[in-house]
Design a protein around this ligand. Structure first.
Ligand SMILES: *[C@@H]1O[C@H](CO)[C@@H](O)[C@H](O)[C@H]1NC(C)=O
Ligand SMILES: *[C@@H]1O[C@H](CO)[C@@H](O)[C@H](O)[C@H]1NC(C)=O
Ligand SMILES: *[C@@H]1O[C@H](CO)[C@@H](O)[C@H](O)[C@H]1NC(C)=O
Ligand SMILES: *[C@@H]1O[C@H](CO)[C@@H](O)[C@H](O)[C@H]1NC(C)=O
Ligand SMILES: *[C@@H]1O[C@H](CO)[C@@H](O)[C@H](O)[C@H]1NC(C)=O
Ligand SMILES: *[C@@H]1O[C@H](CO)[C@@H](O)[C@H](O)[C@H]1NC(C)=O
Ligand SMILES: *[C@@H]1O[C@H](CO)[C@@H](O)[C@H](O)[C@H]1NC(C)=O
Ligand SMILES: *[C@@H]1O[C@H](CO)[C@@H](O)[C@H](O)[C@H]1NC(C)=O
Ligand SMILES: *[C@@H]1O[C@H](CO)[C@@H](O)[C@H](O)[C@H]1NC(C)=O
Ligand SMILES: *[C@@H]1O[C@H](CO)[C@@H](O)[C@H](O)[C@H]1NC(C)=O
Length: 601
């Protein structure tokens, strides 16, 4: 690696784990395309490390001083295929106060040199707290930090646990980047005398404000030489785990973490198998662009997740994500499945089983889950019954129209799961209705003899939970998510080991939420959209020149606060960064957004 004052080679990498090389956007070509970006970097000396960041709203904190302590400090050198890094976690019993109302995990890391982006997970007692991707370093070094509100894991955090962090990194004479990591937890005391569970924990509505009393992990057990997540290798592969719940659980919520890698890292751009076969393509990830994560309980489908298209920090064109990283890449979203209606099936003290699979999956998906349980302190055994459960099969339509390497492909998918059940506890006889549905559509075009690929994908993903006693509502929440993904990727092969490519990406994560707890109604809306443009020249898998630019507008409008950020970067440099806290006027109603699903029970 030659370097001079003016041109320090900067190597950036796509890829997460296992196989160093596999195709990215244009798939009919041979087994590219994980280029390392080598671009002109600033001189090494006197250059401070670049701060990378994901745009997100600040965590709303109480106006109190936290009790903070470091729970792990580790240098992730050659950690690939080694056991997760472990540490003993002890609860904050030494803190001068115990009335916590907010708990925040802070991940701080630095790295320098040359390294791939790496997926990593943080688990406490087998319960996943954070799924994230590292930033790719540059020669002069980078620094980044991720903050996550982990208050919902309160009960877990109040006990001794084993902390596990898996970040599979490879360090050798070429890939020199060691990830220096520090994890800190900040415990914020409440502004009131109450702790998180409130003063009036017998009140059924207020219990819906509180974190779960118990969290069961659905992850793999130690010792292991990789992450605690399950690895789902194909569409027939199923991850499963048996469990039993305490017989006084009156509410249950399954939180599912997913990430996709290798042949399915860009699943939303995968081509249909008929196209691949007709063109005799090898090393081209197929199965079309539709994926969903399906969860069953004792064989019944209880939820189906249409995941957000997270682009990792080396994805598509690594130069796009410096220093503004892709939406969700530093803090992957997890997805909720309401299990309360099914409690009647599992309150018998016996073993039951959750199974996880991914429709159309190629190697590899990392999936695990946490079951959050709320327990009735005044009873050791309560009863319930599943009244209704409708799980319609996936409706999938795939239309291919191609001649040779050019053509168009339309994929459309819908799925809906709904259930209703009652649980009678000391809080009363509460009936919970649950609906989860999505509508997925993907339109893909191949042009210029397969050298230009254009993908346009929209996902509408809805969840509705409604808990009521007699006719009065105790708790209800409606969430409408709209995930948009557009990209165009064009490649010109120079036939001498060099190719030029051009990329355009639009990534959108929009969400409308409305939650009513008793008489208290809160609404929020988020519009988070990134546009990015890049080009690169790649020679023998090294990006010899290139440029990436990104613009992002993040608008959050909530009942308690608003947050707006409008940022842009190009060639590692911030062009503008405007932060505001003004609310953006009228919120659309749910019916405007096509959330017409009615609770008709
Ligand atoms: C983590 O890094 C941020 C800046 O990225 C800094 O403000 C913060 O103090 C750091 N936290 C710790 C615990 O070092
Ligand atoms: C938790 O761990 C600490 C430190 O190792 C130990 O002193 C304490 O006894 C443990 N508490 C329980 C409840 O096991
Ligand atoms: C939280 O606990 C601390 C220490 O016990 C106390 O000083 C503080 O007043 C409490 N918060 C409130 C607002 O009660
Ligand atoms: C799917 O993966 C599982 C687990 O590795 C393997 O046993 C099975 O043979 C695979 N099935 C197909 C169709 O490739
Ligand atoms: C694919 O391979 C088959 C069998 O070798 C051959 O007949 C066909 O012409 C090939 N098609 C293309 C598009 O290369
Ligand atoms: C298939 O694509 C061709 C070329 O774009 C177009 O002329 C034709 O109408 C398409 N056929 C269908 C069924 O959409
Ligand atoms: C609870 O309410 C449901 C729905 O109203 C009813 O069917 C069920 O019998 C009730 N259960 C008990 C134990 O009262
Ligand atoms: C390959 O061809 C391109 C375009 O003709 C040219 O710009 C480049 O210098 C060539 N590279 C090599 C390694 O010969
Ligand atoms: C973001 O900032 C840029 C530059 O100041 C401006 O042109 C653009 O209109 C802004 N966008 C929004 C949505 O505020
Ligand atoms: C990117 O910035 C570097 C200096 O940091 C400069 O040398 C290079 O020319 C810039 N690239 C483009 C395409 O503007």
């Amino acid at each position: 690696m030659g370097s001079s004052v003016f041109a320090v080679l900067l190597f950036v990498f796509l890829l997460l784990l296992h196989q160093p090389l596999f195709s990215t956007a244009n798939f009919h070509q041979t087994s590219l395309r994980r280029p390392e970006a080598v671009s002109k970097d600033a001189p090494l000396k006197d250059t401070p490390p670049t701060l990378y960041f994901e745009v997100t709203k600040p965590i709303k904190l109480p106006n109190t001083k936290p009790c903070s302590y470091k729970i792990l400090q580790h240098d992730f050198g050659y950690t690939y295929s080694k056991p997760p890094v472990l540490a003993n976690y002890t609860p904050p019993s030494h803190c001068p106060f115990q009335n916590f109302s907010k708990i925040v995990l802070e991940w701080n890391a630095t790295c320098k040199g040359r390294q791939y982006d790496r997926i990593f997970g943080v688990w406490l007692g087998g319960v996943e707290l954070l799924r994230s991707c590292t930033a790719e370093p540059r020669a002069a070094g980078i620094v980044w930090s991720v903050e996550k509100d982990i208050t919902r894991y309160y009960s877990l955090l109040m006990k001794n646990q084993t902390l596990a962090v898996y970040l599979g990194n490879v360090v050798d004479s070429t890939y020199t980047g060691v990830y220096h990591v520090r994890i800190t937890i900040h415990f914020y005391p409440s502004e009131e005398e109450l702790n998180i569970y409130g003063s009036n924990s017998d009140n059924s509505a207020s219990r819906y404000h509180s974190p779960a009393d118990l969290i069961l992990p659905f992850s793999r057990n130690l010792p292991l030489n990789d992450g605690l997540w399950f690895e789902i290798e194909n569409f027939t592969d199923v991850a499963s785990k048996e469990f039993s719940v305490p017989q006084n659980a009156y509410r249950a919520l399954l939180e599912v973490y997913v990430s996709f890698h290798e042949n399915d890292e860009f699943w939303y751009g995968n081509l249909p198998n008929d196209y691949i076969e007709a063109n005799n393509l090898t090393d081209t990830p197929g199965n079309g662009p539709f994926r969903e994560v399906v969860v069953t309980l004792d064989g019944e489908v209880v939820g189906a997740i249409s995941p957000f298209t997270v682009v990792y920090t080396g994805g598509i064109n690594p130069l796009l994500w410096r220093p503004i990283t892709g939406i969700g890449s530093f803090n992957l979203p997890s997805y909720n499945i309401e299990i309360t209606p099914f409690l009647g099936m599992i309150l018998d003290g016996k073993d039951h089983v959750f199974r996880f699979s991914v429709t159309n999956a190629l190697n590899v998906w990392y999936v695990d889950a946490n079951l959050h349980l709320w327990l009735d302190k005044k009873s050791t055994k309560i009863e319930g019954e599943l009244l209704k459960h409708i799980s319609l099969p996936l409706a999938l339509s795939e239309v291919s129209n191609f001649t040779g390497l050019d053509g168009s492909f339309l994929t459309d998918a819908r799925r809906s799961v709904s259930s209703s059940g009652w649980v009678k506890s000391s809080l009363g006889n509460i009936t919970t209705n649950w609906i989860q549905n999505f509508h997925y559509s993907n339109s893909m075009q191949m042009e210029s003899n397969g050298n230009l690929q254009i993908v346009n994908q929209i996902i509408h993903f809805n969840d509705i939970v409604e808990a009521k006693m007699s006719s009065s509502s105790i708790y209800s929440t409606k969430s409408h998510k709209k995930f948009t993904f557009y990209f165009s990727y064009e490649e010109l092969d120079q036939g001498n080991g060099t190719y030029f490519s051009q990329e355009k990406v639009t990534l959108g994560f929009n969400e409308r939420d409305s939650t009513a707890i008793g008489l208290e109604l809160s609404k929020s809306s988020l519009k988070n959209v990134q546009n990015a443009q890049g080009h690169m020249a790649v020679k023998n898998n090294l990006v010899v020149s290139g440029l990436g630019s990104t613009q992002q507008v993040y608008k959050y409008d909530g009942s308690h606060f608003c947050y707006v950020r409008n940022v842009s970067s190009s060639n590692y440099t911030m062009l503008y960064d405007e932060v505001g806290n003004t609310c953006y006027g009228q919120r659309q109603s749910y019916t405007d957004l096509g959330l017409s699903t009615q609770l008709a029970w």
